[in-house]
Design a protein. Structure first.
Length: 137
């Protein structure tokens, strides 16, 4: 009896709708993303990096250097500041005044380790943080 009453109520309500279908509300159409000038290419930024050894448990290699070998700032060379490690920001090596959106290749080297290169496109306002993991020679 309870189910019959529920059926009659729903049929009556459907008849009152007079054939007009109801639908669930739709989510608003998202507007296209807007980018602030700070997130567009062409702004000065920096690249932060650390050079660790595959045998140093994430600790930075003392005397390691970064050198820009192609792209913007070719020839710039920065020595890593120690102590540092691959798990923290700060210290390591910083290449300053790079233009966001312009590709560059950076080589990491350290005495007793094989060199490694990485090509990146710096961004702004998000500062690239690179970890070079060098293998002993």
């Amino acid at each position: 009896m309870k189910y019959a009453l529920a059926f009659l109520v729903s049929v009556s309500l459907a008849a009152c709708a007079d054939g007009v279908a109801t639908s669930l509300p739709t989510a608003p159409t998202p507007s296209p993303p807007t980018f602030s000038p700070a997130s567009q290419p062409g702004h000065l930024t920096r690249v932060e990096a650390v050079v660790v050894g595959s045998n140093t448990n994430g600790k930075c290699i003392e005397g390691a250097t970064l050198e820009v070998v192609s792209g913007q700032r070719v020839g710039d060379r920065v020595e890593q500041v120690t102590p540092c490690n691959g798990w923290d920001f700060g210290n390591g090596a910083i290449i300053r005044d790079v233009v966001s959106g312009d590709e560059m290749t950076i080589r990491a080297s350290a005495p007793g380790y094989a060199d490694a290169e990485m090509t990146i496109i710096p961004s702004y306002p998000f500062i690239p943080f690179i970890v070079y993991r060098l293998s002993p020679r």
